[in-house]
Design a protein around this ligand. Structure first.
Ligand code: SAT
Ligand code: MN
Length: 596
């Protein structure tokens, strides 16, 4: 008899029938070996899994091209398999666990024939952290194995932690035949199990990420009194030297990574990076909210990343040493053997291969790099990495920011009146969709707390859990909302965005410290314009007013849409959210009466 882990691996091997089983130890030698396998042995769509990039300019960097249908998360193929549909809620795809397992078993039978099964033991969170979890993923993709070593703490420590116990999170992954009709990402929250077949794409295949650290972990957090959130974690150092920690939730591909690594244009301010995607939030003994980032890497959107927009990410990407850096579905500059994407350089290189490896020119009508092309890179290479990153306790959070991509309606920044109102703001938020998932891009959809695709249970219960968390904290973090994306009538962005977002962060920090006042408008508290540090900026006349304008008609449409969204939860929706809804409605009505 082996350990529960060994037995589980054997059982999965009997089902998937790999030619060999490779237990990964997370060492550097092994990383080289895995890259070699990807360069020379393992193939995807008839070509090697990795292409070696210019090692002088991009040390330890490799390009990976995915199957052309496998370029983003597939929300319609993602299921949360609770025993009953109600627990999954109206916003998740649901399948009965027994039925789901039957379906998956059929698809998985013999799927690794002739292939290698990689056994990846890894920790989400620092091994010394009381909040960390030990996990094991099985996969037949060397690309996934290398990615997981970048994104998680992989190797011996996880194995030691698991030892003889049954207590580890299980992930079974196979790229299958990459047929989108046989692609499923299934979660079994009560068993700490994720089963994913038919995709090698990040969010579908790196099972420690969205699948475990958000969908399953949110369910664990619901029962255990903590939160698993789609949030960046940053520390903002003020000129006095003190650091304010902030967690901020934005939907995928709305600039989380850029915000997490922002280079401050304001003298004396510095942003420290702790995470760009996922935060686990626990209430500490002192009653404050502490955040850890369970990951150790960035899986970021390449297009738009440049020396101008995110110099710290460019440094991170070029610092490959101990960990390799992967580029997925970017274009390739044939002359220099470098990765390329829109925005990287001012001029388009003369000879490019597109993301599928085809010679590209402007007449193609499609971008050379896929709009959701990505890099996978270790956080330890980030020059702004916070010295607190490996602190097992995490960092105390003073402010929570929700943010979305809204071309109209929503102000640049506002603060909630209190925790309950802040939960309403998060629960009712909406954002224009991006290429991070397979769906129509640019459509407005409700995306509460940026968790719509990632909450592993009924969102009505999730909102109640948020309200409850607030009640347990004597001084909960202040809650803010930001929108960098508001446009004027001609479709031009009203705000500069990128590093200039620091000016908004500064106001938020000063609010937290009680250093500045605010002005009440129907949706919340906004800055007195003179409190926003805009020194050195040339903002066209009238733009600031437009950034904070509250348009009654637009908010009526907004209220209507929120009502419809809330109604689908029926009686399960906490009454507090309806109270906040009606209070907002009243405040907006008062606004029209006053202006009449
Ligand atoms: O889900 S991924 O991790 O692939 C990226 C995202 O959409 O946030
Ligand atoms: Mn994300």
């Amino acid at each position: 008899m082996g350990t529960p882990l060994e037995e589980w691996v054997e059982e999965q091997a009997r089902l998937t029938q790999p030619e060999r089983i490779y237990w990964c130890d997370g060492s550097e030698e092994e990383a080289h070996r895995l890259i070699e396998i990807g360069l020379k042995e393992e193939k995807l769509c008839g070509r090697p899994v990795f292409h070696e990039l210019n090692q002088k300019l991009w040390p330890n960097s490799y390009l990976h091209r995915s199957h052309p249908t496998d370029v983003a998360r597939t929300e319609h193929l993602t299921f949360v398999c609770h025993p009953d549909r109600e627990t999954a809620g109206p916003t998740n795809n649901w399948m009965d666990p027994k039925e789901a397992k039957e379906l998956l078993t059929n698809l998985t039978k013999g799927c690794m024939k002739g292939r290698t099964m990689y056994v990846l033991p890894y920790m989400m969170g620092h091994p010394n952290s009381p909040y960390a979890r030990a996990c094991v993923q099985l996969t037949d993709s060397v690309y996934v194995a290398v990615s997981m070593r970048i994104m998680t703490r992989m190797g011996k420590q996880a194995l030691e932690r698991i030892g003889n116990s049954e207590d580890f999170v299980r992930g079974l992954h196979s790229i299958g035949d990459l047929d989108p009709n046989r692609r499923f990402i299934m979660h079994f929250p009560d068993e700490n199990l994720v089963w994913s077949i038919g995709s090698g794409y990040g969010g579908n295949a790196l099972l420690g990420k969205k699948c475990f650290s958000l969908r399953i972990a949110s369910w664990l957090g619901y029962h255990q009194g903590w939160l698993a959130e789609h949030m960046i974690i940053i520390g903002i150092e003020a000129p006095e030297g003190d650091i304010t920690y902030i967690a901020a939730a934005f939907p995928s591909a709305c600039g989380k990574t850029n915000l997490a690594m922002l280079e401050s244009p304001l003298t004396g301010y510095k942003v420290w990076t702790l995470g760009d995607d996922i935060a686990w939030l626990n209430i500490g003994h002192d009653g404050r909210l502490y955040a850890i980032n369970p990951e150790t890497g960035f899986f970021g959107v390449a297009p738009g990343t440049s020396e101008k927009t995110n110099p710290n990410m460019m440094r991170t990407l070029k610092a490959g040493t101990f960990y390799p850096t992967l580029f997925t579905n970017t274009a390739l500059n044939v002359e220099t053997n470098e990765p390329w994407w829109d925005g990287l350089t001012e001029t388009v290189p003369s000879r490019l291969l597109d993301w599928q490896g085809r010679p590209w020119d402007l007449s193609f009508g499609e971008k050379a790099a896929h709009p959701n092309s990505r890099f996978t890179v270790s956080i330890y290479q980030c020059p702004t990495l916070s010295p607190e990153f490996d602190n097992p306790k995490g960092v105390p959070i003073s402010a929570i920011i929700f943010g979305a991509r809204r071309s109209a309606t929503v102000p640049l920044v506002y603060e909630s009146f209190n925790w309950q109102h802040g939960v309403f703001i998060g629960a009712s938020m909406a954002s224009e969709t991006t290429p991070a998932a397979v769906h129509q891009v640019g459509v407005l959809r409700r995306d509460p707390m940026a968790m719509l695709p990632f909450c592993g249970y009924n969102m009505a219960d999730y909102f109640r859990h948020w309200l409850e968390m607030g009640r347990r904290m004597p001084n909960p973090p202040k809650i803010f909302f930001v929108n960098w994306f508001r446009k004027d009538e001609s479709g031009e962005f009203l705000w500069l965005g990128f590093s200039e977002n620091m000016r908004v962060l500064k106001w938020i920090v000063e609010r937290v410290k009680g250093k500045v006042g605010s002005r009440e408008i129907p949706v919340g508290f906004v800055p007195h314009l003179e409190d926003l540090d805009l020194e050195g900026l040339k903002i066209p006349n009238g733009h600031l007013e437009k950034l904070f304008a509250v348009n009654y008609d637009e908010w009526q449409t907004e209220l209507e849409d929120i009502r419809k969204f809330f109604e689908q939860f029926g009686d399960r929706l906490p009454t507090e959210l309806w109270q906040e809804y009606h209070a907002l409605k009243k405040r907006l009505e008062r606004l029209v009466r006053c202006s009449m």
